[in-house]
Design a protein around this ligand. Structure first.
Ligand SMILES: [Zn+2]
Length: 199
């Protein structure tokens, strides 16, 4: 790859947005697990790998829409969850978006789950807007409220998106589909934009 392309890719993935960087809301994108935490493992597929690949596309989609983005990890490393939250707060993130893919013992169970901090108003509003956007691309979304202590911190709107189930035969195909990842990334941008504002 020519060096200039590599630099552009790096900027897209992890750097400040070239558009309105000063005022743009900062979205902290957290591909879950990594390092010695593979997350869900099904038939040779590992959640840590899938959510990282999806995470790059989510970061690209937010950056293309003019948001600032940071990722909690860009390789196979697994910082602790509190470390990720602390970094997001130190950066002054406006939204903490944790990305996951699920499994269940019941192979007929499917759908997207969004965990939100139920006593954190920004988290609730963001979850509702993101759910609506994901429903727009055919997802079946369940919102699950959690005390903020479980998810992040009282001052940081936080969503944990479990995109779907690797154990469901149909949904599994979407969980490894770059096209679907891009559609879901675009929906996250639309939904988050409802509460973050457009840069
Ligand atoms: Zn996970």
């Amino acid at each position: 790859m020519p060096p200039i392309l590599f630099v552009i890719l790096l900027l897209l993935v992890s750097g400040p947005s070239p558009v309105g960087a000063q005022d743009a809301p900062l979205v902290y994108i957290d591909p879950g697990h990594g390092g010695d935490q593979p997350g869900v493992v099904e038939d040779g597929l590992e959640e840590e790998d899938l959510v990282l690949r999806w995470g790059f596309l989510v970061a690209e989609a937010f950056a293309a829409a003019g948001y600032e983005t940071r990722m909690s990890r860009t390789g196979d490393v697994g910082p602790g969850f509190q470390e990720r939250v602390d970094e997001a707060r130190a950066l002054g993130a406006d939204l903490f978006l944790s990305l996951h893919i699920n499994r269940d013992d019941d192979p007929e169970l499917w759908g997207t789950e969004i965990f939100l901090a139920e006593d954190q108003p920004g988290s609730v509003a963001a979850a509702e807007a993101v759910a609506e956007a994901l429903e727009g691309i055919g997802a079946r979304v369940t919102l699950i409220g959690q005390p903020w202590e479980v998810l992040a911190s009282p001052d940081l709107p936080t969503l944990m998106v479990e995109l779907g189930h690797l154990t469901h035969p149909v949904e599994r195909r979407l969980m490894v589909s770059r096209d679907f990842w891009e559609e879901a990334a675009a929906a996250l941008v639309v939904g988050a934009g409802e509460v973050l504002g457009r840069p």
